[in-house]
Design a protein around this ligand. Structure first.
Ligand SMILES: [Zn+2]
Length: 455
């Protein structure tokens, strides 16, 4: 069992902005992604007592959030901390990182304490099952203490920035940054809530239920309603990645189903034969259709067993529930090998889908016939966003098997070379594991690794 590790994170506010930083691209878990400051719970976090804590279960998580914030970005969110100079804080940071002093020793020695009143709990989120590393992270909102500027205190976080939530969302929509679902939800709530409701409940004359909700209240409700689980990931405003349980090769356990587009969309690899997995996918597709979305096509990327199994069920479901006739398609070479599926259409290299985002704006998805792993394997590219769906050519978890008669090493190397040189390439997501921030570097890594093995 892949049990999630306890963790905490802080949504740190300053004026009308929120602190966002990029995780070091070298970190294996979500390297290069943008995130709030946060990290794993430490045993010692339970040894520190904090003031005014109404929920004792949260105490160690607040400590964890404060300690991680100090470690990662040098901000010391404690009471009585204003008597420390910048230089003193930096030297305490040194003591903590080098292990000369524990966090408790630092607080005790300098008469500092953590006050729970400075933090609003916004709920917890759990990394989905498909991830080899999982966290159950408690999120808190807090305000950056005056006269303290976050800095790159350790190499884990870089490009620190207080940013307006709207601007961060814009970057995500454009495919410039990658963020996890809890970060996305938090930014969306901040962006849609009046700034006066970001933190404290003001002392106005209205009674509690007359007041508009604060961001933390809204986020907490959402986390409670979903029990901290979000089954899918919105990589950008056009692409949803929905990992489905399949009989794939370990260490992978899931195959990514891609939904590209919102108002007009295609579904790539509705891969699971498992009915409960299919039901989750159908529910999300229902939501898209209820918002005015039209499913254009159901695509099978290639012949392997972990990439099909739910497409016919989806086709039938769309017919029965929404009275929609949706074609199932694949490359001809794939269709020839899968005689059990009735394909309505064949796809060739260079075919273009005209899809629509949430606002109804049309964009193009190019189809690439990428031989090497399987003769009929397809990949998909959105050049405007620079986002590549690399299917089984490049994956986030596990390795790509090149085995004859379907597999061909020279074809595979040619495919990788072609993918690497796609114009405007930024991020990619394969059929297994998470999206990759630096697509080109990842493909280059694959090429050199293969050439090395070939030798
Ligand atoms: Zn495959």
């Amino acid at each position: 069992m892949n049990i999630p590790k306890d963790a905490s994170a802080i949504i740190l506010l300053k004026d009308d902005k929120v602190l966002l930083a990029q995780r070091n691209p070298k970190i294996s878990f979500l390297g290069g992604w943008h995130a709030f400051s946060g990290g794993k719970l430490d045993k010692s976090d339970a040894e520190i007592e904090i003031k005014n804590c109404k929920d004792i279960d949260l105490q160690q998580f607040i400590v964890c959030a404060v300690r991680e914030l100090f470690e990662e970005v040098g901000v010391l969110l404690v009471r009585n901390g204003d008597k420390l100079t910048k230089g003193q804080r930096a030297s305490l940071h040194d003591d903590l990182i080098s292990g000369r002093s524990s966090f408790k020793e630092i607080l005790d020695h300098w008469g500092l304490w953590i006050d729970a009143a400075d933090f609003a709990y916004t709920g917890y989120w759990t990394t989905p099952q498909f991830s080899p590393v999982r966290f159950k992270t408690r999120f808190f909102i807090a305000t950056c203490p005056p006269k303290q500027e976050p800095y790159e205190a350790i190499t884990e976080m870089q490009n620190l920035e207080f940013i307006e939530p709207n601007e961060a969302l814009q970057r995500w929509e454009n495919g410039d940054i990658l963020i996890s679902p809890p970060v996305l939800i938090s930014l969306q709530e901040l962006s849609s809530t009046d700034k006066h409701r970001w933190t404290q409940i003001e002392n106005d004359s209205k009674t509690e239920d007359q007041r508009p909700k604060t961001v933390s209240q809204k986020l907490l409700e959402k986390s409670t309603e979903l029990d901290g689980n979000i089954d899918y990931l919105e990589v950008n405003s056009r692409n949803i990645v929905f990992p489905l349980k399949t009989p794939t090769l370990p260490p992978a356990t899931h195959t990514n189903c891609f939904i590209v587009g919102k108002k007009r969309f295609v579904v790539i690899d509705a891969a699971s034969a498992d009915e409960s997995e299919q039901a989750k996918l159908h529910k999300l597709i229902d939501e898209l259709i209820e918002c005015g979305g039209v499913c254009e096509e159901i695509i099978v990327s290639h012949l392997h067993n972990d990439h099909h199994g739910g497409e016919v069920a989806l086709q039938k479901y769309l017919q029965a529930k929404h009275n929609l006739n949706v074609a199932i398609s694949a490359h001809k070479l794939t269709a020839e090998s899968l005689s059990n599926i009735k394909f309505d259409k064949f796809i060739e290299d260079g075919d273009v889908y005209n899809l629509q985002d949430e606002t109804g704006k049309t964009f193009q998805l190019q189809t690439l016939h990428t031989r090497g792993h399987a003769r009929g394997l397809l990949s998909f590219y959105d050049e405007e966003l620079g986002f590549l769906i690399s299917t089984d050519n490049v994956v986030g978890t596990g390795t790509v098997v090149i085995a004859p008669p379907e597999g061909n090493m020279q074809d595979y190397l040619d495919t990788l070379e072609r993918l690497k040189n796609l114009p405007n390439l930024k991020h990619l997501c394969g059929s297994h594991g998470s999206a990759i921030f630096n697509a080109k570097a990842k493909i280059e890594e694959y090429i050199s690794h293969r050439l090395e093995r070939e030798k």
